[in-house]
Design a protein around this ligand. Structure first.
Ligand SMILES: [Zn+2]
Length: 394
């Protein structure tokens, strides 16, 4: 089966009629349907399927680990995301297994296809939740207490999905089986001029929540001079982010929630989420510090309060250079490029040799319905992943 054929099979699952694209989030009905679909595809291929203590799914070709060659990605999306970010890595892994089977390849090392849970943090706010839990990069109690926009906790969502949230936490057994991890992913900028490349590094990046508090009041009856309107410092924060992110740094406000959220109401509280990224830890932190200072000043000028919480953070990731160069050579000298996007591979890189393959994105649009990869490029990705697995598992 081709990668595009497999993607077509899930093309209707989680289509978002309001935002366009897909909304597929950890442990929601849509993601559970996708997980069931993946398990069925794995079983169809005779792979043995298991779900680990954090909800990540593993489909094994051969006896589970140690020294296994692992590939895979995620099936969840951002709200209104594209069809390729995540699922392309999963379907390409299945298709690569098909390619290797068809040519009679017998792996010497076990191979597994993994599906990580809630990679985008689209529901519970923390990206790469499944891999963070597995590596201990997030505390299990803190994770269980995360809530979605409806106030449902991760623990309750897992329970509702028929699983047990008490098992969340570091999974040394699962990690010990990984000899190396290679994640195939659609490239998310315009960095690739050929069909396939390998990743060199990931920017340092994090998410911060700013809670501005003021005085909720009437939009008509409250004179301008009498207001303590938290939307005003929230607006300043958006502009501060644009101003502070210079020299290759990125700072974005993609989500603002006013309370209560009425057209004729001065909000009593506004929550704003900042996503900031830069080449290294020090630059990222100084960009964020500058934005925080401007937000605090703007809040005090309006007589508002502000509470700032770091929701996630990951330092710069430099992928295993030996593995990267090895794969680049095996794939005929494909280019290596850095990425501004976070990935489960970036979390795993702190524990196991990790690499990524990128498939060209012709427009550079990602995290949006217009995200795209040409079918030929997707199949070139499958071929590259098959070559990679064959090389590593032989
Ligand atoms: Zn992704």
């Amino acid at each position: 089966m081709t990668a595009t054929g497999l993607l077509a099979a899930i093309a209707d699952v989680g289509a978002d009629r309001t935002r366009g694209g897909y909304s597929r989030h950890g442990f929601d009905r849509v993601e559970l349907e996708l997980r069931e679909w993946f398990v069925a595809e794995a079983v169809k291929r005779g792979l043995s399927v298991e779900t680990d203590r954090n909800g990540n799914i593993w489909a094994w070709w051969g006896n589970p680990g140690p020294d296994a060659v692992i590939t895979g990605s995620h099936l969840d999306s951002v709200p209104g995301g594209g069809a390729f970010d995540g699922p392309l890595g999963v379907v390409s892994a299945l298709a690569a297994v098909d390619v290797l089977r068809a040519k009679g390849f017998v792996p010497r090392r076990p191979i597994a296809v993994v599906v990580f849970v809630e990679e985008e943090g689209g529901r519970f706010g923390v990206p790469c939740l499944g891999s963070r839990l597995m590596t201990g990069a997030i505390d299990a109690d803190k994770a269980r207490a995360l809530v979605d926009s409806d106030g449902v906790s991760l623990a309750d969502a897992i329970t509702a999905a028929g699983a047990d949230p008490s098992t969340l936490g570091p999974d040394e057994e699962a990690l010990a089986r990984i000899g190396c991890f290679v994640e195939l992913h659609v490239e998310q900028g315009r960095g690739l001029t050929v069909a396939v490349g390998v990743a060199s590094s990931i920017l340092a990046h994090g998410r911060w929540r700013f809670t501005f508090t003021g005085e909720g009041n009437h939009a008509g009856a409250t004179l301008m001079g009498d207001r303590r309107d938290p939307m005003v410092p929230a607006a300043s924060l958006v502009l501060a982010a644009r101003k502070a992110a210079v020299g290759g740094a990125r700072a974005t406000v993609g989500r603002i929630v006013p309370i209560p959220g009425g057209t004729n109401v001065i909000p009593s509280q506004v929550d704003v989420w900042l996503d900031a990224r830069a080449a290294d830890d020090a630059t990222t932190k100084s960009v964020v510090a500058e934005i925080q200072a401007m937000a605090r000043l703007a809040a005090s000028e309006e007589g508002c309060g502000v509470r700032i919480t770091q929701e996630s953070y990951g330092d710069t990731v430099v992928f295993d250079e030996v593995l990267r160069d090895d794969l680049s050579t095996v794939l005929g000298g494909v280019p290596a490029l850095p990425t501004g996007a976070g990935h489960d591979a970036g979390i795993l890189a702190s524990r196991v040799p990790t690499a990524m393959l990128f498939v060209r994105n012709p427009t550079g649009v990602s995290h949006a319905p217009e995200e795209y990869a040409e079918p030929d490029d997707c199949e070139a990705g499958v071929a590259a992943l098959a070559t990679t697995l064959e090389h590593l598992a032989a």
